[in-house]
Design a protein around this ligand. Structure first.
Ligand code: IPM
Ligand code: MN
Length: 368
């Protein structure tokens, strides 16, 4: 029986980088190491152009039925003026919310070969391996009210609502502590308790959870602004960082540049385990966006998308050995000096196209 992958290439460079993942999935199927059935759908601007919505109900149902969803990227200037409710990002947010994917894992690993492509000095990032655990279905992204109202005096008022309940903080905290136990056993929790009530509660719940269930894990708290500063000052101090939806969004973009390029970072968005089936819903996507400036040129870096597929193998299918093979193939390709334009740094190597990079990684997989 094959694993059902629901593939959403989306917009911009999305289809270009996703094509490289399909090659690898098909190679594994042919090789017999695992069997994947790929079904494709539309999300973001692509879905809007076809159906007038950011994702159709039919594609939501397919996503719900799949063993894992792979999504590349959504958005672009073409859809800057479509109504807010059907803007491309709404498709991604609906997937996260309706599939209850509350835990977003964003690892930032600096491959030694890329340490010079980082904007920080080599010794600060060489060997970096941290994990941002971002809460993904709550906070200011989804809190109500969320609106712009007319005050009737020529003024408008915009309102977003930051809201967290105990259970939301507890379940994301648990994910972070459990991950830390399999890593270097340290969790840094981050909020703004000095100005936000949601930060006060976040801090209390994480501390209580630690004391009751995870006293063996090292826990520290850092205010989100200070953590941003520490991320660029001494990033190797971190193991697992757990934070809310908005801070996690910001801090993971910062973390990505430590690794050399936004084109390198994968992510996994996970739901809870179903008590009956033992399965969990999951969506895998790169941290980068649709990069409209380079879309259609065939020069995008497919590594974050390929590594996201690697995370699917690890977290959805328990195929850790196959995921390791992907990680090694990426590392070996980089060790050979092969680069797409975004990770070229100051070197004079001729950058590879998206397809060439995908093929080079595939060749490493075929070799080992
Ligand atoms: C991300 C993206 C999304 C977010 C956008 C596209 C809605 O920036 O996954 O980090 O803000 O969560
Ligand atoms: Mn983001």
């Amino acid at each position: 029986m094959g694993y059902k992958l629901f593939v959403l290439p989306g917009d911009g460079i999305g289809p270009e980088v996703m094509a490289e993942v399909e090659k690898i999935a098909n190679f594994f199927t042919k090789e017999g190491s695992a069997s994947f059935e790929i079904e494709k759908g539309l999300v973001g601007g692509a879905a809007y152009d076809a159906h007038g919505v950011a994702i159709s109900d039919a594609d939501m149902a397919r996503a719900d039925a799949a063993d894992a969803v792979l999504l590349a990227a959504v958005g672009g200037p073409k859809w800057d003026h479509v109504p807010y409710e059907v803007r491309p990002e709404a498709g991604l947010l609906r997937l996260r919310k309706d599939l209850k994917l509350f835990a977003n894992l964003r690892p930032a690993v600096c491959y030694p070969a890329l340490a010079d492509a980082s904007s920080l000095k080599r010794d600060l990032v060489d060997g970096l391996d941290l994990m941002i655990v971002r809460e993904l279905t709550g906070g200011v992204y989804f809190g109500e009210p969320k609106q712009i109202i007319d005050l009737g005096n020529g003024q408008q008022r915009a309102i977003d609502t930051q809201v967290y309940d105990t259970y939301e903080i507890e379940r994301i905290g648990r994910i972070a502590f459990e991950l830390a136990r399999k890593r270097r056993n340290k969790v840094t929790s981050s909020e703004k308790r000095n100005v936000m009530k949601s930060g006060v509660l976040w801090n209390q719940i994480i501390t209580r959870l630690h004391d009751q269930e995870f006293p063996d894990v090292m826990l520290e708290h850092q205010l989100a602004d200070a953590l941003g500063m520490q991320l660029v000052r001494a990033p190797k101090q971190f193991d697992v960082i757990v934070t809310d939806n908005l801070f996690g969004d910001l801090l993971s973009d910062v973390a990505s540049m430590l690794t050399g390029s936004l084109g390198m970072l994968p992510s996994a968005s996970l739901g809870a385990y179903d008590a009956q089936t033992g399965k969990r819903k999951a969506l895998y996507e790169p941290v980068h966006g649709s990069a409209p400036d380079i879309a259609g040129k065939g020069i995008a870096n497919p590594i974050a998308m390929i590594a996201s597929f690697g995370m699917a193998l690890r977290y959805s299918f328990d195929l850790g050995a196959l995921a390791d093979r992907i990680d090694h193939a990426i590392a070996a390709t980089l060790d050979k000096g092969l680069r797409t334009g975004d990770i070229k740094g100051n070197s004079t190597v001729t950058p590879l196209s998206t397809t060439q990079m995908g093929n080079a990684i595939l060749k490493e997989l075929q070799a080992g």
